[in-house]
Design a protein around this ligand. Structure first.
Ligand SMILES: [Ca+2]
Ligand SMILES: [Ca+2]
Ligand SMILES: [Ca+2]
Ligand SMILES: [Ca+2]
Length: 558
């Protein structure tokens, strides 16, 4: 009798229990016209269709003046064919975030206009002085810009020895770069991802059905990446050969970092254009082993290499194992590789991602929880590679961007059409950077568009889920805390995982702060931080909805 009563009460409770409030929709608003930002990327488009034109450019979100507000660095082209940047329309631009929705161009004072035909940018505090520095990649020039802490930067490329010169190839065409501490010595090292051997003087024209177009990457031989070890005295040593990285010739586009097998050392994934992906396993002795084929991420599930573009390397299913999302070309579908512990399973088709991405080309990518429900969603900045793809492929050259909502059951839903009217606007999108521009706990997106203003997508998702944003300050580890793995424990729910990295997407650099959507949890019972130094730090009973600065504690060694 009592049992029946209890069952009846349970049934009644189940009926009365409110349906779980939908967390969506994910909504963005492009506020560029209200920001005061006048930057326009200029790819110097020519009738000759020089290959570099279609490949630019990236963007960085980082706080250059430590006022707690993310600033924006836009990367720009140069005059062709001489790759001269002296016209202000080709300057790279730094915009200071004023905190009221507007930005001020501080390029001149900061001294960061750059040189040559630029491609991408990576932000990281390589000298641990508390001010985030910039590495700018390019076709004919790479630059390390040291942040002096007074609003100015100094070009220290030559002194540091990071010009991107290959001993045999000379200046390589760098697209992405990334900061990570591969040997856990507390100093950020630098990887430069190079594309193909190309020379504007000897470039052969390409055409499809006698229509001039950009060449397929198959027209060129690839280049290896360059790895620089940080010596801690302002100089770096090229360890490409010694580390094994330099042995692998690809056509590198994106780079992303994660410790995917949980051994405490950061590993690296590189997407290659029309060439198989590389996964560099950190062997913990200064060398890397390329295990893309072995671990199942070199090819898609049809066994084909794709035109790999941007990449993010982050846990999509809250099992603590970082997964991989790569954007590709129309027909490729964008591979989603689920990490099973050491090996990966291609879940592109069964997750719904294949259906959503089969007919588009993507560049910038991110695995970010846009609606703070605890499940990280997928973003892709989309556009065709050819600016005359209508004529050549009967495909639109300009595309709207894409956001796929993580349903929490292994499936993703394409919610782009519900993401707001300004999200539907097609453009020649390229790099994208992710971060919280107005510190409201919702991840915003800045997207580069060729020969147009960038898009500043403020996240306007109306859900009221809770969140946390962790600003890590390494003491024994690198000051940015890059590589730190963070676990958040909530009451009665699965643990959440993320890690600190700025290398996200295509040629771009994202907010170094570690973001968590907490769903309905108004606090974290525990936050466990595994620093690159090996120190494990545990915080208890942390209130949600705050930006928390966590200084690495030497007292709490394992
Ligand atoms: Ca700032
Ligand atoms: Ca610095
Ligand atoms: Ca290091
Ligand atoms: Ca989500």
């Amino acid at each position: 009798m009592r049992l029946i009563l209890i069952l009846a009460l349970l049934v009644a409770a189940a009926c009365l229990w409110p349906q779980r409030r939908p967390d969506g929709p994910i909504e963005f608003e492009n506020v560029i016209d209200r920001t005061g930002i006048t930057f326009m990327m200029n790819n110097s488009v020519t009738p000759e269709k020089h290959q570099v034109e279609t490949m630019i450019a990236g963007v960085a979100l980082f706080d250059y003046n430590n006022d707690g507000l993310l600033d924006i660095y836009f990367v720009n082209g140069a005059r062709l064919p001489d790759m001269d940047k002296s016209d202000p329309k080709f300057f790279n631009r730094l915009y200071r975030n004023n905190g009221d929705g507007t930005f001020t161009d501080v390029t001149g004072k900061a001294g960061v206009r750059g040189e040559g035909f630029s491609m991408g940018v990576a932000a990281g505090d390589y000298d641990n002085d508390g001010y985030v520095d910039l590495y700018v990649t390019g076709v004919n020039r790479n630059q390390l810009l040291h942040n002096n802490g007074d609003g100015t930067f100094t070009d220290v490329t030559e002194k540091a020895g990071v010009a991107g010169m290959h001993p045999k190839l000379g200046k390589t065409w760098a697209i992405s770069a990334g900061w990570f501490d591969y040997d856990n010595d507390g100093l950020l090292d630098l990887v430069v991802i190079n594309y193909v051997n190309w020379n504007i003087a000897t470039e052969k024209p390409c055409a499809v059905d006698r229509v001039r177009s950009y060449c397929s990457p198959d027209s060129y031989t690839g280049q290896p990446a360059i790895l620089y070890h940080n010596n801690g005295d302002g100089t770096f040593t090229d360890v490409s050969e010694r580390s094994g990285i330099g042995k692998h010739v690809g056509k590198g586009m994106g780079v992303a970092f994660a410790d995917y097998d949980g051994d405490g050392y950061t590993d690296m994934f590189v997407s290659n254009d029309t060439y198989r992906n590389f996964l560099f396993h950190n062997e913990r002795n200064g060398t890397f082993r390329e295990v893309g084929v072995l671990d199942g991420v070199a090819y898609n599930d049809a066994g084909k290499s794709i035109a790999g573009m941007g990449v993010d390397f982050r846990d999509i299913d809250n099992d603590g194992r970082p997964d991989i999302f790569v954007s590709g070309m129309t027909g490729d579908t964008f591979p989603l590789f689920r990490n099973l512990g050491r090996y990966f399973d291609d879940v592109t088709a069964r997750s719904g991602v294949a259906a959503a991405t089969a007919r588009v080309t993507g560049w910038g990518t991110g695995i970010m929880d846009f609606d703070n429900d605890g499940n990280k969603d997928l973003f892709a900045a989309c556009a065709s590679i050819l600016d005359n793809s209508e004529e050549i492929d009967h495909l639109p050259a300009k595309l709207p961007n894409m956001v796929l909502r993580n349903l929490g059951n292994g499936r993703f839903e394409n919610v782009s059409a519900q993401a707001g009217p300004t999200f539907q606007v097609p453009a020649a999108h390229r790099g994208a950077a992710f971060g919280d521009l107005n510190n409201d706990g919702k991840i915003d997106v800045v997207v580069m568009t060729q020969n147009a203003k960038p898009e500043i997508f403020m996240n306007r998702s109306p859900g009221r889920n809770h969140w946390l944003l962790l600003k890590l300050v390494g003491t024994r580890s690198n000051r940015d805390g890059l590589g730190a793995r963070v676990q958040v424990i909530r009451a009665g729910s699965v643990p959440l995982y993320n890690h600190a990295t700025t290398s996200v997407g295509y040629a771009s650099s994202s907010d170094k702060r570690v973001h968590f959507g907490l769903g309905t949890a108004d606090h974290a019972e525990k936050i466990i931080i595994d620093w690159p130094s090996g120190i494990r730090q545990v915080l208890t009973d942390v209130k949600a909805d705050q930006i928390l600065t966590v200084r690495e504690s030497p007292a709490q060694a394992k």
